[in-house]
Design a protein around this ligand. Sequence first.
Ligand code: ADP
Ligand code: MG
Length: 174
Amino acid sequence: MSRPIYLIGARGCGKTTVGEALARALGYTFCDTDHHLQRSTQRSVAQIVAEEGWDGFRARETESLRAVTAPATVIATGGGMVLAEPNRRFMREHGQVIWLSAPSHILAQRLESQPEAAQRPTLTGRPIAEEMDDILRERAHLYRDAAHHEINAMQTPDCVVDQIMQSLSLARAS
Ligand code: ADP
Ligand code: MG
């Protein structure tokens, strides 16, 4: 059976965009752990954190990761999924893990150019570029640790998809 493909990386690296295109190219199902979490709890991330704290949110995130894991599935993970070691190990053991890597200023630019509705306020009220810088400094080694392959996310989504397929020796479904 085809093992699942997990996409990891900070917000804005293209997990949703690339994940949907990759799933189409391979004839796989696409899943997003954040969407699964919100659907299964009928609450937003902010609501879960307010009611259960970050620990509660992280525990539910781990449940979502396990729930969406299935053969022939491309799984876009929440940006903080790699923070917990059991999540990193679970992904590596159950599938192929791809890190979509891009520098913080590119991630910030992409997030700032999203439509208002898709933008989330920064956690600290500081400029988003500064926040992304801190996040990458804190997490880059975790993404690197968890990933089987690091892919340059500063190419067009089609090129990113091609590179992932090459690195996994997978061919297009049609
Ligand atoms: P994530 O799911 O990792 O947070 P998204 O797929 O939602 O990232 O992408 C964030 C923003 O960046 C979107 O506006 C998307 O259109 C844009 N984007 C994603 N991948 C690329 C890319 N390879 N090149 C240029 N823009 C991209
Ligand atoms: Mg996304």
